[in-house]
Design a protein around this ligand. Sequence first.
Ligand SMILES: [Fe+2]
Ligand SMILES: [Fe+2]
Length: 375
Amino acid sequence: MQFASSRIPSPSHRASERPDAEASLILVHDGNGLERTVAPMLRQNYATSLIDLQRDAITFSDRALAVVVCIDLGNPASIKAIRDHFVDHPVQVPRIFVLPNGDRRSILQAYSSGAHQFMVSPVTPREIHEVLTPITNRSVEWQWRRLSETQQAALRISLKLFEDSQTSVLRGEGLEVSTAARACSSVISAVGHEGFPALLNELRAHHNYTFRHSMYVTGSLVAFANVLNFREEDMSLAAMAGLLHDIGKIATPNAILNKPSRLEPSEWLIMRQHPLDGLSILKRNGDWPEPVLDAVSHHHEKLDGSGYFDGLSGDSIKDLTRMVSIADTFSALIDKRAYKPPMSGKEAMAIMLGAEGHLDMALVRAFEPVALAIG
Ligand SMILES: [Fe+2]
Ligand SMILES: [Fe+2]
């Protein structure tokens, strides 16, 4: 894999907004065959639309995250179509070319046709993930500018919390309670003003998995706390428990966290360490509320004692921790992963209603308005 990240543009010259369009990747090809292997790999992680130069004009939504180009660089008609659009056209979307080989001529041809970055065939799902994730995350974050100030604050402050935590945790440092509290109050405001589904829609295409998942959990917990008429103080505890419940995954190797298929038993053992890692990260620094520490360490416990890490059961699992388990299960079900499609809120609700012995059924039933709100 080779790339030149300095050529990636700031996505600052897009045409008029179409906020209803889904954030997606565009794969432009000319039927030379490369697209048959690349398209399924892209679709593992992204909504992807194909443009066939043999019959389609190059048009796409302003919410396109990036354009992947798979064309025969020796085909003058394909080169002309690409250059006409990408070299002369004012719309700037990151463009990644997949080249049949890494010879100098192909690379020069790609750059002169408007490439910002390139990959050399045969590409692997891992290479695609490594190249596309930072590019598409930047596009998703850029698109947040059209949201309300409250929503932008919730997304940007929380993302910064996760990015900064990554650095400080790897240095052996802890997290600041006040920084987490600020992120929590921004999410509470955004969910209160615009609702949980609106926030969720802006996270779907973001590929920092721990950030995205933690925001799903926090947003659904805040919406749940609203349904249960929580006082302000308890609402803040619920938000903090949601935001930090998987903070231990910062210590989980990326190869396991982002594995595009189901985990092997040995990998599961490592993944299951994250509640303990989360607890030790929080205990490095600050005076964290006890219910938050409990939720971080026990959100994978089950009422019948079959969960982890301490095998707690029944009344020894606290109320807030039970709520986090429900929001966590729900968020995993409605999220898209490489190995599974997303479920609707209704489908997720049906699965959770069948989890008697694992989840608190009275709370699951009370969660129903939150689940059905996302459609
Ligand atoms: Fe977890
Ligand atoms: Fe989780």
